[in-house]
Unconditional design. Structure first.
Length: 622
């Protein structure tokens, strides 16, 4: 005969199971608004019967059921969907961050606008054109100086605005690194708690939810991937490097970098190596600061440096109404006071480099003449040196265009006297200085005897800045490199601002005086506007403004478009996850009612069995 009290045990198990199901549903409802929470369900199964088919048993027909038991409490989660959200999350935050900052950059450029740099430069050229018509007019000279002041102020303002955005981004980078370190620390701590809970046979659902939420937040900052090993060791990688391994977490650190305007460089705290971060908000911030903002500042510096250099080159040879000559119109700040450009680059107290910005050949050239020579020129490039060949049938103009079309960080043009000019551009690599010619070499005679820049051809006659007195290899005139960021300090010469009659509109005659009605110098300065002066990749100043504004506008449009696209993708993915893991109050209430009815039925079952047992025990003997 079966145990008379077995039914009581069945009822008890049913009550416990329904109680746990009601409690879990209540837990779901209470966490309906908890970020990252996944709804949970109680997994129940039938309790093992008294007899199994493979064992010898009594005459009892079939197996005797023992009710139900709680197998586990599991969270409802689609792991593949979670992995996709983590993989896609860095793209959303990457483009959101770029879009936000490009709105700021577009406001800085303020084009087209009556107070923009381009408008002020147009007015500056117009003032020189007017002075060329009225070279004796003091008012025309005052207009030149006033408009030059307005132009330099707007250039200075653009530089400081870009610098301010760079400083803001740098602060965001340092704050984001701290947040990443905090998230990785918490993930590692939770990993240890999860392993301990699983070792005891539990399902740490809430801890798993918390870890998944932290990983998702981390994925919005850096491009991470996750991996769960067979021994329940959870790992997080960023761009191929381990960030979290079980209960161990690596940290990032920020160190000041003098090669990058004092901005911070993100490094691995344990090795000191520079960290490569390609996605997420942190990757976007680093790219914005080190590529976009740096590039915009370099482009502005290139324009300002070439602009001041070209105007000064003409004005230095011009003469004012007060017969003063030899004045630079814009102030220039040489990087070094040494006439040969010698500089202590490694900081050991001894000069070891030569910082030269411009070479000017000694021989006048006709751009349409054929060189009649053959050889290969070598210039410093973005990464290493680049070579530029020339052939006997090439014209001077063709060779110059070939130099400018190469990836070299040296540009060429013919000046007002048709002398070949080589100028340094800004450097792509942060390790290299801006506006410094690093290497010039010619296997033939184009740069040596023909244009008069180098004294000799071949490697023995090459110019290389990694030595003192490198200018000894030059036959040409040269100018030392400027102080960093000339767009931040370009200004009108104080001597000209004090006495506007010093503005040179004419060239001195044989007696060293300005002839009445001579406005040749003013005409030449005004013509610089449309002259091919090679401002980096742009041939003229108008080309520079057109390309710079277009570049900012297109990048801003790209960031906004991709942000909208990625946001839509992520919203769809999150909606899919919420449909699986999110808490639906109505559904949970329906579940509670169902479990309540089950509980009531189980309680009624226990009452009936109790009544039956009471009859057997207390009344059969009556």
């Amino acid at each position: 005969m079966a145990n008379s009290f077995g039914a009581i045990e069945i009822g008890k198990r049913s009550l416990m199971a329904h109680t746990q199901q009601i409690t879990t549903a209540g837990h779901n409802i209470s966490n309906a608004d908890t970020e990252g929470y996944s709804r949970q369900r109680v997994q129940v199964k039938t309790f093992d019967p008294i007899y199994r088919p493979d064992l010898e048993r009594a005459e009892t027909p079939g197996q005797i059921g023992q009710g139900t038991s709680i197998e586990s409490i599991r969270r409802l989660r689609d792991e593949l969907l979670d992995q996709r959200i983590v993989a896609q999350g860095n793209e959303e935050s990457y483009w959101t961050t770029r879009s936000k900052y490009y709105e700021m950059i577009e406001q800085i450029y303020n084009e087209p606008n009556d107070v923009s740099v381009r408008t002020n430069m147009d007015k500056f050229w117009q003032s020189w054109q007017e002075l060329s018509v009225y070279p004796e007019s003091k008012a025309a000279r005052q207009a030149v100086v006033t408009r030059a002041d307005t132009l330099t102020d707007s250039i200075n303002g653009r530089f400081h605005s870009l610098e301010g955005v760079g400083t803001l981004i740098n602060g965001d980078i340092e704050a984001t690194v701290k947040q990443v370190n905090e998230y990785t620390k918490q993930i590692a701590q939770i990993n240890g708690e999860i392993v301990r809970a699983k070792a005891m046979g539990d399902n740490p659902n809430d801890l798993l939810d918390r870890r998944d939420l932290l990983v998702e937040k981390l994925s919005q900052m850096v491009n991470v991937t996750t991996d769960l090993r067979d021994n329940d060791e959870f790992m997080v990688h960023v761009d191929g490097n381990i960030l979290v391994q079980g209960s161990l977490a690596r940290k990032f650190d920020v160190v000041s970098n003098t090669d990058n305007m004092g901005y911070s460089t993100v490094v691995w705290a344990d090795t000191g190596n520079k960290a490569k971060i390609s996605g997420g908000s942190l990757g976007a911030l680093i790219e914005l600061r080190d590529v976009d903002i740096r590039g915009e500042i370099q482009t502005l510096n290139t324009m300002a440096m070439n602009f001041a250099d070209l105007v000064n080159d003409v004005h230095r040879n011009a003469i004012g109404a007060n017969n003063v000559t030899g004045l630079d119109f814009f102030t220039q700040r040489p990087f070094v006071t040494n006439l040969n450009g010698n500089f202590d680059r490694n900081g050991d107290g001894a000069d070891d480099s030569s910082y030269i910005f411009r070479f000017t050949g000694t021989n006048a050239l006709n751009p349409q003449d054929k060189v009649g020579l053959e050889g290969t020129m070598t210039f410093s490039g973005k990464s290493g040196n680049v070579t530029v060949p020339y052939h006997p049938t090439d014209t001077i103009e063709a060779v110059i265009n070939r130099i400018n079309d190469s990836d070299g960080e040296v540009k060429a043009y013919l000046d007002r006297d048709n002398h070949l000019v080589l100028k340094a551009t800004t450097a792509s690599s942060m390790e290299n200085p801006d506006f410094v010619i690093r290497h010039v070499e010619d296997s033939g005679m184009f740069l040596a005897g023909y244009s008069g820049i180098l004294k000799a051809s071949g490697s023995d006659g090459a110019y290389d800045f990694n030595q003192v007195d490198a200018v000894n290899a030059l036959q040409s005139q040269y100018a030392v490199a400027p102080v960093l960021n000339p767009s931040g300090y370009i200004a009108v010469n104080e001597a000209i601002r004090t006495d506007v009659l010093s503005v040179g509109a004419a060239y001195p005659n044989t007696r060293g005086e300005a002839m009445i009605g001579d406005g040749r110098a003013a005409v030449e300065i005004a013509s610089i506007r449309n002259t091919h002066v090679m401002i980096g990749k742009d041939k003229t100043f108008d080309d520079y403004f057109a390309s710079s504004v277009t570049n900012v506008g297109l990048k801003g449009e790209q960031a906004e478009t991709n942000m909208i696209s990625q946001t839509a993708i992520m919203n769809d993915l999150r909606d899919m996850r919420d449909s699986i893991s999110g808490v639906n109050i109505d559904e949970e209430l329906a579940e509670i009612i169902k479990f309540q009815h089950g509980y009531n039925a189980a309680a009624k079952f226990v009452t009936v069995i109790d009544s039956l047992l009471d009859t057997v025990i207390n009344r059969l003997g009556v």
